[in-house]
Ligand binder design. Structure first.
Ligand SMILES: [Zn+2]
Length: 138
């Protein structure tokens, strides 16, 4: 005895944007809005903003403790917020510069040490080798 009867369905409105209501002033707002255009109330959680203090600490770590700066890079560069991403990129650049400076300084110190050792060995000249020969003879 079932008779299929056309059920009245609410007509879909594809052209209308999805609407939400402002929790403060209760006007209708498209869901794509971050803030209420009427009262300015936040409607969606905005991406976390990196404070100036966090920026400075990230840059300091990048410059003075190069490998640990990469932790900040990893943390910030994945952010969807372009400003935070930029901080991550700047931290990465600073980390790379700090690593290059550290490597360059190490090479320079090693070279000057080698030079000093060579000079002091050179001043002994054949005498040094003679001493070694004497030791061998003992
Ligand atoms: Zn509002």
């Amino acid at each position: 005895m079932d008779q299929l009867q056309p059920q009245p369905q609410p007509a879909p409105q594809p052209s209308a944007p999805q609407m939400t209501t402002c929790p403060v002033c209760h006007i209708s707002i498209p869901t794509s809005f971050f803030f209420c255009p009427n009262c300015g109330a936040p409607l969606r959680p905005t991406p976390p903003v990196v404070t100036l203090k966090q920026q400075i600490s990230a840059y300091s770590v990048a410059l003075f403790l190069p490998p640990f700066g990469l932790w900040y890079v990893w943390k910030y560069i994945r952010s969807s917020d372009p400003k935070t991403k930029k901080i991550g990129i700047v931290t990465l650049v600073l980390t790379v510069i700090a690593i290059i400076v550290a490597v360059w300084t190490t090479i320079a110190i090693t070279n000057s040490l080698n030079q000093a050792v060579n000079q002091s060995l050179g001043s002994f000249g054949s005498g040094g080798l003679g001493n070694l020969g004497g030791l061998g003879g003992l």
